[in-house]
Design a protein around this ligand. Sequence first.
Ligand code: 2BA
Length: 106
Amino acid sequence: MKLILAIVQHDDSAKLTEALTKNKINVTKLASTGGFLRAGNVTFLIGTEADRVESVLEIIKDKCKSRTEVTAPAPMYMGGATAWPFEVVVGGATVFVLDVDRFEKV
Ligand code: 2BA
């Protein structure tokens, strides 16, 4: 059993949820915030059998697009200097795949 943690841009989350549930993949979504942009994103928790991980990743790749955001991060990230707005490429998705020692529904 594996746990996939996928951090996804808000704009992609509805289509990703639809595609995962259509493929009978259980998912829990948490509202989250990126530390750099301080913008809302969505963290998906997906518990799945190991042999389905690749197909879940394919769905995530298909539904999550990269976008360019213009931002000025907080001054502490720029060594205290004044930060001018600049572009960063965000996404498609940031994905972690973890081993699950034990899975129970009680
Ligand atoms: P944020 O932390 O808001 O980061 C948004 C985007 O800003 C990142 O896109 C990256 O392009 C850029 N960025 C982040 N930190 C930076 C830095 N110190 N200097 C310059 N540019 C920086 P992504 O890499 O696609 O990340 C999208 C979101 O995924 C992140 O939002 C964060 O919520 C999450 N994330 C990314 N890497 C992570 C990690 N190693 N651990 C936990 N969460 C992560």
